[in-house]
Structure formats: structure tokens, C-alpha cells
Design a protein around this ligand. Structure first.
Ligand code: 7TS
Length: 415
């Protein structure tokens, strides 16, 4: 760990030192230095996270919660210790409010099933046009089962939510407002205060999809005053297959479980079953213990750098990248919101995004191409997909320069 904790300064990140913590970044890909610009899909992991997982399996593994032996205690400590780290990272009031899930997708499906059990035909759920499919399809499936209706806040051509009519969309039938904090396809940072407060004022529940926010900025669920907050570990330097749902205790305690099995019960008999206390009622079966240990290490790592410092550094890098992109002839930037996180979605003239991605890969530049699981966004812009470069704190201007050079090569090749 080389960076010094710093919550305010803008240029204090020792990025080269931080990069040294990430073994995967130091390799040649297709004969070139690797420029990894796909962190919105999945970030990379520092040595500390890899070591935490290895340490767990080499020293501490056993099943959690039910053993009397030492290893089971250690495994339980690793798992519950990670829950406390998540609580602290989100500033939640209690670990009872932190449910481990496979990630954002499972967290949203949990809410769609558990909250969904009490929704009826004619109830309404408000989403936005810029959601990832993970915050659309579970609600469509619920709509098919129950007849709930989905209302959608539209976006403008900069990729910003149009909130003029939003307060009027809320009515006595609205049960939930579910919205991304940051768009994965466009990078737009949504004005959550303008979305959550009108809902809270009317007693409507709110869910924030934090998948693209939590790796890039400080998050405080009590300051946001949301009822649910969903995120994935693998986008914030943690392992795949682990994430969490924050749920306000007063809300979660009223919800029925959605999966049944071991660990989520107190007693089981054929005459009836009683459920465990929070949050275990929502964690059926043997959980991803090693994943939680890795996520805990990722949180320690990010905390040590400081999320405010990360946010400031990435904002500078985004400004640099946006300016550099604008100078490349024939590039159309998709998503030009005033408030943006480190995502550059673009098309290069008539070149198919997949072809562009392949040519860039041949030059060591890793970006993502396609609809980014946000097909309604693509529909809005009348395009099939985009090429998307996405930033993390371990990216540098050298990565951006390599991207720009590779784009120039692609332009020459495909003209
Ligand atoms: N919500 C948002 C805003 C996302 O960006 C993603 C994943 C998800 C939910 C789902 O997260 P998961 O960890 O459960 O899969 N986004 C992306 C992406 O932009 N490219 O690949 C995955």
C-alpha cells in the first residue's frame, strides 16, 4: 500500500505506487503495454485482495455460523468482519441492514421478489431510461407475475434525466422508485437528491443501484436516505460473486425471505418453519465466505486511499480524456452530461464498435463494445451500441494517450 490517505487534495494520489499493487496491469497484451480501460465492466484487484483470499483458504476455511471448532469461528469472523466493513463503508446504521448477495443483480432481484410479494396489479414502480438491464428486467418479471406497472423517467440527448414531470409521476399507487446513481453506458451521475426526496416525502420506497458509483465516490446511505442500495464487489477491486444489498432495518424487517434453505431459519418442522433474524433471513445456504473476505480487503484498500481522493483524481483524468477524445476526428461522444463519472462512450464514424474494439485490443487497449446491458439507452440514441472506455484510479494519462493513438490507427485502417 503506497498511497497516503487523503480526503481532500486533488493531486495527492501516488498512482504509479498504486499501480504497483495490481499485478495484472503489468503485462504486455498483443505485444503492447496493457491499457486497461474496462473497469466499469469489472475492475482489477490489488495484491492485498488476492492475498486475503489466499490467506483465507490456506488458514481459515470452514463453513460459517454453525461450527464449534476454531476454523469455523475464524471463517465466521472473516465473513462477519467483512459485513461490518461494508456497513462502515456505506455508513449504514447496523450490520442487520447488510445482506450479502452475489452482486448488484442478485440484490435487486431480492428486492423484486421480497418486496414484490406484497405488490398488486395497478401498483407502480418508477425507473429511468438509463438503467442497466439488472434494474429493468427483474421489475418486468414482477410486472408479468403481479400486474404492477412500470413508469420510466426519460433522458435528454446529453444523457441526463428529464425530471420536470417526475414529481407528477408519483402518486398513491407508486410503491418504489428504483434508479442508478451512475449510468454504466453514459457515465451520467444522477441528481439523487432530486429523485429520492420527493419519493421519501410521499412515503414511497427508494432503491439506488450503486454498481457504478461505489467504486468512484464516497457513498453514505444515511445521507442519501434511500431504503435500498445495491452494489457489486468486483467493480470495486473485490472478488466476483460477492456484493451486498443495504436495506433500511425498518423496511427489511417487514419483508419476507425470498430463498429458503439452511442458515435463514431458526426452526424447521413439517408443521411450520420460523425464520432467522436480520440479515440472515435473507442469506439462504452456504455463502461466498472467501468472496466476503476479499471484499473486506478491497474496502480496506479503498478506505486507505480515500474515496474523495479517488473521486477527485478520476474527475481530472476524465476531463483530460474528454478533451483528448474531442480532438480525434469523426469521434461522436455518446453521453455528455454535465455531471459525469469516468465513462467515455463513443462511436467512430461508421465503424462498427466491435471492429473498433478488436483493433484497439491489438494495440493493448482493453475497452468494451456493444449495448452495455442498457439497450433502452441505445434505443434512445438510435444506435446499436458504442465503444466504451471506462476509468479507475489506477488509470493514467498514458492509458488515455494509448487509447487516442490506437483510435487514430483505427481511423486510418478503416477509412
Ligand atoms: N447496475 C449497473 C449500473 C451496472 O453497471 C451493472 C453491471 C449492474 C447493475 C450489474 O452488476 P452485476 O455485478 O450484478 O453484474 N455493469 C456492467 C457493465 O457496464 N459492463 O459489464 C457489466
Amino acid at each position: 500500500m503506497t498511497a497516503i490517505r487523503n480526503q481532500t487534495a486533488t493531486t495527492s494520489l501516488d498512482v504509479e505506487g498504486l499501480r504497483a499493487d495490481f499485478p495484472i496491469l503489468h503485462q504486455q497484451v498483443n505485444g503492447h503495454r496493457l491499457a486497461y480501460l474496462d473497469s466499469a465492466a469489472s475492475s482489477q484487484r490489488p495484491r492485498a485482495v488476492i492475498d486475503a483470499i489466499t490467506h483465507y483458504y490456506e488458514h481459515d476455511h470452514a463453513n460459517v455460523h454453525r461450527g464449534v471448532h476454531t476454523l469455523s469461528h475464524r471463517a465466521t469472523d472473516a465473513y462477519e468482519g467483512a459485513r461490518e466493513k461494508v456497513r462502515s463503508f456505506l455508513n449504514a446504521a447496523s450490520t442487520k441492514e447488510i445482506v450479502f448477495t452475489r452482486g448488484t443483480t442478485e440484490a435487486i432481484n431480492l428486492v423484486a421478489n421480497s418486496l414484490g410479494a406484497s405488490l398488486r396489479s395497478g401498483d407502480e414502480i418508477v425507473l429511468t431510461e438509463l438503467e442497466h438491464h439488472a434494474n429493468i428486467v427483474p421489475w418486468q418479471m414482477l410486472a408479468e407475475r403481479t400486474g404492477v406497472e412500470l413508469r420510466v423517467i426519460p433522458i435528454n440527448d446529453a444523457g441526463e434525466l428529464i425530471l420536470d414531470d417526475y414529481p407528477d409521476m408519483l402518486n398513491s399507487r407508486t410503491r418504489l422508485v428504483s434508479v442508478a446513481q451512475v449510468s454504466n453506458a453514459l457515465g451520467t451521475i444522477n441528481p439523487l437528491d432530486r429523485i429520492l426526496r420527493p419519493a421519501r416525502d410521499r412515503g414511497i420506497l427508494t432503491l439506488v443501484d450503486g454498481a457504478q458509483a461505489i467504486p468512484h465516490m464516497p457513498v453514505d446511505v444515511r445521507a442519501l436516505d434511500c431504503d435500498f442500495y445495491a452494489f457489486s464487489g468486483h467493480k470495486m477491486c473485490g472478488p466476483t460473486g460477492i456484493g451486498a444489498l443495504y436495506a433500511r432495518e425498518a423496511v427489511l424487517s417487514e419483508l419476507p425471505p425470498w430463498q429458503g434453505g439452511g442458515d435463514m431459519i431458526l426452526t424447521v418442522s413439517f408443521s411450520g418453519t420460523t425464520y432467522n433474524e436480520l440479515p440472515y433471513r435473507f442469506e439462504a445456504g452456504t455463502p461466498n465466505i472467501a468472496g466476503a473476505a476479499g471484499l473486506g480487503a478491497a474496502i480496506d484498500y479503498l478506505d486507505n486511499i480515500g474515496m474523495a481522493a479517488i473521486e477527485n483524481y478520476e474527475a481530472e483524468l476524465l476531463a483530460y480524456a474528454t478533451e483528448a477524445m474531442a480532438a480525434v476526428q469523426d469521434v461522436q461522444l455518446i453521453g455528455t452530461a454535465e455531471q459525469k463519472a469516468g465513462v467515455l462512450s463513443f462511436n467512430l464514424d461508421a465503424i462498427h464498435a466491435h471492429d473498433l474494439g478488436t483493433i484497439l485490443d491489438h494495440q493493448g487497449v482493453a475497452i468494451r463494445t456493444g449495448h452495455h446491458c442498457a439497450m433502452p439507452v441505445m434505443e434512445h440514441f438510435g444506435i446499436a451500441g458504442t465503444a466504451r472506455a471506462s476509468l479507475a484510479f489506477y488509470n493514467t494519462r498514458a492509458d488515455i494517450d494509448q487509447l487516442i493513438e490506437a483510435l487514430q490507427v483505427a481511423r486510418e485502417m478503416l477509412r
